[in-house]
Write a protein that binds this ligand. Structure first.
Ligand SMILES: C[S@@+](CC[C@H](N)C(=O)[O-])C[C@H]1O[C@@H](n2cnc3c(N)ncnc32)[C@H](O)[C@@H]1O
Length: 220
């Protein structure tokens, strides 16, 4: 197993184990799973965007066994890790991970069926504003009537970071690429409302993160 807070193993060493472990995912997955258990529809189809290592989806699928989970990530090494954690979990309600670039316009139309729950954790600060808008608009489009969207991550409030640590991390992201960085929570909510979703609640989470819950209320 490769831990994301440690340097990569030299080529060949330990390379037969595709599992990747992220300390941040292990820290927050039980807290997010508890919120999902409270707000998610109990049955049908859950789509996870930017699944990362797969340590989230195995916990979410264990806590919400009535949902069939579809993890996705554009990175092949992450998809291999998701598949390995899924195998190890023995859970039958996780589909094989799919390749999905959520910033690509039109992906929602290509999904095999609408999702009753969409979960997105810790992606928006790593992409540009137009990319984030596409991700959010496509997620709104893929939700079934009555479907719920849960968005977790760090956000600006009134354009400001809420701690020195957040300000430093945001600045380091913008130094790498001036197009990326924390998004403002109000802009994010406005984008989702424009896309047809209703804001249900905002939950303050540890380390200044927020968990936002949205719902598609229209009935067809
Ligand atoms: C910070 S990690 C978060 C992973 C996981 N959600 C978590 O919180 O542990 C960001 C993830 O987003 C994925 N990613 C990057 N660009 C993406 C895109 N355009 N569409 C979907 N996922 C993307 C990366 O491969 C990576 O797995």
């Amino acid at each position: 197993m490769r831990r994301l807070d440690l340097p990569d193993a030299p080529s060949g060493a330990g390379s037969d184990d595709p599992r990747i472990s992220a300390p941040s995912a292990l820290r927050n997955r039980d807290l997010i799973a508890a919120e999902l258990a409270r707000v998610a529809p109990p049955k049908a189809r859950a789509l996870e965007i930017a699944s990362g290592t797969g340590e989230h989806v195995v916990r979410f699928a264990a806590v919400l066994p009535g949902l069939m989970w579809q993890p996705t990530d554009p990175d092949p090494s992450r998809r291999a890790s998701i598949a390995a954690w899924t195998r190890e979990s023995g859970l039958g309600n996780i589909r094989p991970p799919r390749d999905l670039d959520a910033t690509r316009y039109g992906w929602a139309d290509e999904e095999p069926c609408p999702a009753n729950l969409v979960v997105l954790v810790n992606l928006l600060h790593l992409i540009s504003v137009p990319e984030a808008e596409t991700v959010l608009t496509e997620i709104a489009a893929v939700l079934a009537p009555g479907g719920v969207f849960v968005l977790y991550g760090p956000f600006l409030r009134d354009g400001e970071a809420t701690s020195e640590g957040d300000a430093a991390f945001d600045a380091s992201l913008r130094a790498q690429d001036p197009e990326i960085g924390y998004k403002d929570v109000i802009d994010t909510c406005a984008c989702l409302v424009d896309a047809g979703l209703s804001h249900v609640e905002t939950v303050a989470m540890p380390a200044n993160n927020l968990l936002l819950v949205f719902e598609r209320r229209d009935v067809t």
